[in-house]
Design a protein around this ligand. Structure first.
Ligand code: NDP
Length: 256
């Protein structure tokens, strides 16, 4: 592979969970612009159609696979259908995620269960379903979206922090078990990005002031700033990188 083609994703198919908006949609567009054919996912078919039309405007080829990533039977069936109908999934970005905020002493059990189901169980369900196909081909890239909260706690989101910490170690476990089958599994850990998940915080001047003090780069991240790292981890450019967590956080985890 000539060095100039190391980042090319031409001829690869990428399934990105939770790609109807936010980080997932930005990565879908970014990987698509590097040549990948995209399979968009989320639970809302209307939102997925809107995302597909945005990709179409950018010249990115995509198909839709609406499923709930917390439902293991639905995941297995959807992954099998994609493989049979469209062809091999070469890249999986495990991105679907939710946030719930409350003081830990009052944290509702239902919210704990929802956070674990979406932010942790789904990474295992989709990862395992896709890896079973990839192992047969002895080739495949999985990128699990972690978080600065895989490393650090912040008030009011302890269960999210617990789930994202577990995703970091699940990533290392996947790499440990599946590298021998030719797979590469890495994590991408965003800092603080302006998406719907953070809508309340983006509009909270006090939080933004805290964030700018806490982040060496002194600003929110823009979702497009995650594309380079995702393309690197999805392409031949990272051919000997396995079980690594790549922080894209403006320096948050580098400093106290
Ligand atoms: P958004 O809320 O903007 O988007 C979440 C996406 O996930 C949507 O497409 C949503 O679609 C989908 N989704 C949620 N639940 C499910 C489910 N059960 N099955 C399938 N799809 C689902 O979030 P972000 O873009 O901000 O976050 C994306 C990822 O990045 C998450 O894992 C998040 O934890 C992580 N992250 C985000 C950071 C940030 O600053 N924004 C920082 C660090 C990590 P629908 O609801 O229609 O199903």
């Amino acid at each position: 592979m000539p060095p100039k083609d190391l980042f090319s994703l031409h001829g690869r198919r990428a399934l990105i969970t939770g790609s109807s908006r936010g980080i997932g949609l930005a990565l879908a567009k970014g990987l698509g612009e590097y040549g990948a054919e995209i399979v968009l996912n989320g639970r809302n078919p209307d939102a997925l159609e809107q995302a597909q039309s945005l990709l179409q405007d950018a010249g990115v080829e995509s198909s839709l696979s609406a499923f709930d990533a917390t439902d293991q039977a639905a995941v297995i069936s959807a992954v099998d259908t994609i493989e049979q109908t469209h062809g091999p999934i070469d890249i999986l970005i495990n991105n679907a995620g939710i946030q719930r905020r409350a003081p830990l002493e009052d944290f509702p059990r239902d919210d704990w269960d929802a956070l674990m189901a979406t932010n942790l169980n789904a990474v295992f369900f989709v990862g395992q379903a896709v890896a079973r196909h990839m192992i047969g081909r002895r080739k495949g890239k999985i990128v699990n979206i972690c978080s600065v909260q895989s490393e650090l706690a912040r008030p009011g989101i302890a269960p999210y922090t617990a789930a994202k910490g577990a995703v970091k170690n699940l990533t290392k476990g996947m790499a440990t078990d599946w590298a021998k089958h030719g797979l590469q599994i890495n994590g991408l850990a965003p800092g603080y990005f302006e998406t719907e998940m953070n809508a309340a915080l983006v509009n909270d001047a006090a939080f933004t002031e805290w964030l700018c003090k806490r982040t060496p780069a002194a600003r929110w991240g823009k979702v497009e700033e995650l594309i380079g790292a995702a393309v690197f981890l999805s392409s031949d450019a990272s051919s000997f990188v396995n079980g690594h967590i790549l922080m894209v956080d403006g320096g948050v985890t580098a400093s106290l």
